[in-house]
Design a protein around this ligand. Structure first.
Ligand code: AHR
Length: 507
């Protein structure tokens, strides 16, 4: 198949938002316990953080990490996770049918993020709690000293041997998926809109520098999608800064063609939310702009998998860190993750924050075993490379491509692409996926207004010898799938600027 991609120096979308390469750590399954935190593990540091996992998280290039949930946060008391560990209560986590020891809490996470050099994005509980607990938490985290909550933070930090200075958390989520009937404290849009507005107001009275994310729809198929965003923002437009989006994708019944086209769905979902947000802006005569925080996205096999780690199976008992949704990702899943990141980049003027869910073990690019090693899943690679190489400005691409037919999305371009141009470094990055299952994609890239002189690096996902698109990494073969140099790429002269030809293998 063939495709022609044109980019022009002057046609840009936005600067690359640093927060687009976010991740998510929830108290769920083994993301925290035996994921980022495992005292007693041979790789544990002085605070019990796994150094092997932290090294992989840094290599992944995650910039901002959402915490502590997820569904978990809607029943969580943040106070349970601070203070002397021996005094912290053991609680039931209803969301994941788990016993929460509270051995890990806010201080432990803030210190982990500091060591990992990542920004904290803190979610508050608006399921079972409200305005008062939220404003207390902002005071605890961000107020310098001399008040009840800030002095308690200083005391607890001193006891832990970490900095007493304010955590300085800028980014806050006003709850999680409260449109969903499964959520503890599920609300109507009216109820949530008013609560979000009043909570936001009270939090900003404590620290006016914070940025707030209102809860949007849990997915595009929610019956309230659209009206939820409209009602919530009609109440809280002036008090919040972002609205959230969540989306998970999977291959259904072996329909790989549709699965490889899920970025079409993500594009449409984002554009639908932008339209709704801007309609509220116009009707309310607001001048400020609300942007999007796509704070949960990934491939997640929610249907059709009958493995031991599904939430309903684990619900048979109460455990402290059960295996939950430890999806093992294939090469196909990695290609889809790449295309989802292309979609986020293509909308980088309005999607200013995005978090892949989650970081370790739970639908994650990084896996770790209790007492054992840590490794990279296939989906680690597109994330790590895009986070590393998408710098400068996002380019507006013109793509003319052969079409592939899909059951779900009709005819779609055989290639999916995004690109950035970094004027300071003098480099262009092109990210491109071949959706074709049968043949290579021959791609010509026209670089207008750019005098490209050389190809610095070209890589492609490797399918291991004897394997196919289902190949994956696991405990036994942690490096089966990785990146290898892309053969078949060359610089070409053209009349209007430089050109590149590349041949992308089929899956
Ligand atoms: O990331 C797993 C779960 O997916 C989160 O807890 C929830 O917010 C979403 O439904």
């Amino acid at each position: 198949s063939h495709a022609r991609i044109t980019l022009d120096r002057d046609f840009t979308i936005a600067d690359v938002p640093a927060r687009l390469f976010g991740s998510f750590v929830e108290h769920m399954g083994r993301c925290v316990y035996t994921g980022i935190y495992e005292p007693g593990h041979p790789e544990a540091d002085d605070q019990g953080y796994r150094k092997d996992v932290m090294a992989l998280a840094k290599e992944l290039g995650a910039t901002v990490v959402r915490y502590p949930g997820g569904n978990f946060v809607s029943g969580y008391n943040w106070e349970d996770g601070v203070g002397p560990r021996q005094d912290r209560p053991v609680r039931i986590d209803g969301a994941w049918h788990t016993i929460e020891t509270n051995a890990f809490g806010l201080h432990e996470f803030v210190e982990w993020a500091r060591r990992a050099d990542m920004e904290v994005m803190e979610a508050i509980n608006l399921g079972t709690r409200g305005v008062d607990e939220a404003r207390a938490l902002v005071e605890y985290a961000n107020h310098p000293s001399g008040t009840y909550w800030s002095d308690l933070r200083r005391k607890n930090a001193a006891a832990m041997g970490t900095s007493e200075e304010p955590f300085g958390i800028k980014l806050w989520c006003l709850g999680n998926e409260l449109d969903g009937p499964w959520q503890i404290g599920h609300k109507t849009a009216e109820e949530y809109g008013r609560l979000a507005q009043e909570t936001a107001k009270a939090m900003k009275l404590v620290d006016p520098a914070i940025e707030l994310v209102a809860v949007g729809s849990s997915n595009r198929r929610m019956p309230t999608f659209g009206s939820w965003e409209h009602t919530v923002l009609t109440h809280a437009y002036e008090e919040v800064d972002y609205i959230s989006m969540h989306a998970y994708y999977q291959e259904h019944d072996g329909d790989a063609a549709s699965f490889l086209a899920e970025a079409v769905d993500m594009d449409g979902f984002i554009e639908g939310v932008i339209a709704t947000v801007d309609a509220v802006k116009a009707a309310g005569k607001h001048s400020k702009q609300i942007d999007i925080s796509f704070d949960e996205w990934n491939v997640w096999y929610q249907e059709g998998l009958d493995t031991e780690d599904q939430p309903d199976q684990v619900a048979k008992g109460w455990n402290t860190h059960p295996r939950l949704i430890e999806d093992k990702y294939s090469v196909t899943d990695a290609v889809v993750v790449g295309t989802l990141m292309h979609s986020l980049l293509r909308h980088g003027d309005r999607v200013r924050i995005a978090n892949q869910a989650q970081l370790v073990n739970v639908i994650a690019p990084i896996r770790s075993e209790e007492g054992g090693p840590a490794w990279r899943q296939t989906i680690f690679w597109p994330f790590a490379r895009i986070a590393e190489l998408a710098t400068g400005e996002i380019m507006r691409l013109a793509v003319q491509a052969d079409q592939v037919h899909t059951e779900r999305y009709g005819d779609v371009d055989v290639v999916d692409a995004a690109s950035t141009y970094d004027a300071e470094a003098g480099t262009v990055s092109l990210f491109v996926a071949n959706r074709g299952l049968e043949e290579p994609a021959e791609v010509s890239l026209d670089l207008r207004g750019l005098a490209a002189k050389s190809i610095l690096r070209a890589e492609v996902l490797r399918i291991p010898e004897g394997g196919d698109r289902h190949a994956a990494n696991d405990l036994q073969t942690p490096e089966a799938v990785g990146l290898v140099p892309l053969d078949g790429i060359r610089l070409e002269e053209s009349t209007e600027g430089a050109g590149v030809h590349l041949s992308l293998p089929a899956l």
